[in-house]
Design a protein around this ligand. Structure first.
Ligand SMILES: Nc1ncnc2c1ncn2[C@@H]1O[C@H](COP(=O)(O)OP(=O)(O)OP(=O)(O)O)[C@@H](O)[C@H]1O
Ligand SMILES: [Mg+2]
Length: 369
């Protein structure tokens, strides 16, 4: 176990810079999740940490030691790749135990470790098979088992659950969380799955085009996004981002957006940055769970604003019902209780929890606070 520090890391392939000065630090026993669109540099960053790619600038420290220039085998890292690489001629059991044999671990200890991961990963019945006799999801679990039986300073996981079906994915997510709680190993984990990121991480890094946009706790990333990209990227269904105009009403700053009964006014926070946008466009951001039926609204907040809305589409989703509402000339999603009695075409009062609202400058896309 050790702290991991990434200091102004740069990586270029020829003339193309794919990591443009990344600064990250994860504490000993922390769980860092990297998210970002395809091609933003997540796997490259993991490969640099593992030593599989040379870096073009900056430094990587594990504990107090710089590992830049160290051979991968000297870094004390275990990695599960996006494309799981198993030894094709070895059984599952042998694939998992091979590394332990190389390190001279006694047979009884190896068997205990294999048994433990086999149960955790639900692959006990596969132990005697070869990789070619496994499905993609099963191979992925074996690759994970092979990493888990090691006891490295840092685990690197590149989308380890991406080939699993929804149910197994949820089970495995819980297992990984349990494993992390028990072993307290430092983990860097790449995923495309929002829920995985929010439930597993102690810190989340949002990358885009080789740059770090925001680095913070799941709560900071979700509730305090620094810009529209982060706001839009995290959360499912995603945050409603609605064009509005900053206006003044009786001296108070408000946002005005096209609603069912003409322009709809909602209170805006009083700040110099918001006042500077008076008379101009702003993007009003509200997550679906902060835009609800009045009965479902969070009563502990004092900032509930009820407004009449037109419901265009109703989408029951089991535990919730989503209503698509015309707002600001766009479709906004409200998250209602599962048993909310609502029909398409309804004109009804919905509640905005304005303590959860965020605002962005449409020109810079940055947060206005
Ligand atoms: N060996 C290479 N040579 C040249 N360019 C590369 C190489 N490897 C990766 N790249 C480029 O670097 C960028 C980052 O790739 P990377 O694999 O890190 O993305 P990623 O964030 O992991 O994406 P995904 O979510 O699709 O896995 C991409 O634009 C990719 O095309
Ligand atoms: Mg990748």
């Amino acid at each position: 176990m050790a702290r991991l520090k990434i200091d102004n890391l740069r990586k270029s392939y020829g003339p193309v810079e794919v990591l443009k000065g990344i600064d990250l630090e994860i504490e000993d026993g922390g769980f860092l999740v990297l998210v970002g669109p395809s091609g933003c540099g997540k796997s490259t960053l993991l490969n640099c940490i593992a030593g599989l790619e040379d870096i073009s600038g900056g430094d990587i420290l594990i504990g107090e030691r710089s590992v830049t220039g160290l051979h991968p085998s000297k870094r004390d890292i275990a990695m599960v790749f996006q494309s799981y690489a198993l030894y094709p001629n070895m059984t599952v059991e042998k694939n998992i135990s091979f590394g332990m044999e190389i390190r001279g671990m006694p047979r009884a200890a190896r068997e205990a470790a294999i048994n433990e991961v086999a149960d955790m990963l639900q692959i006990r019945e596969l132990l005697k098979r070869k990789p070619s006799q496994l499905s993609g999801g099963q191979r992925q679990r074996v690759a994970m088992g092979r990493a888990l039986v090691r006891d490295p300073q840092v685990f690197l996981f590149d989308e380890p659950l991406s080939n699993l079906d929804a149910k197994l994915r949820v089970d495995m997510r819980t297992e990984i969380k349990r494993l992390h709680q028990r072993m307290g190993t430092t983990i860097v984990y790449v995923t495309h799955d929002q829920i995985e990121a929010l439930t597993l991480a102690t810190k989340i890094a949002v990358l885009k085009d080789g740059e770090l946009l925001q680095f913070g706790t799941p709560d900071q990333i979700y509730n305090d996004p620094v810009n529209m990209f982060v706001a839009d990227f995290m959360g499912s269904p995603s945050m409603n981002l609605l064009p509005a105009t900053v206006v003044e009403d009786g001296g108070a700053l408000m946002v005005s957006l096209a609603g069912h009964e003409g322009d709809m006014l909602l209170p805006a926070p009083e700040s110099a940055a918001m006042r500077a946008l008076l008379g101009r466009q702003v993007i009003f951001g509200i997550r679906p769970e902060a835009f609800t039926d009045p009965q479902g609204a969070d009563r502990t907040t004092g900032q509930i604003e009820k407004r009449t809305c037109f419901v265009d589409v109703v989408e029951p989703a089991g535990s919730d019902t989503f209503a698509v509402v015309n707002l600001g000339g766009k479709s906004a999603v409200a998250r209602l209780r599962a048993d909310a009695q609502i029909a398409p075409g309804a004109v009804t009062e919905l509640a905005f929890n304005m303590s959860k609202a965020v605002f962005f400058d449409p020109a810079s896309q940055a947060r206005v606070q």
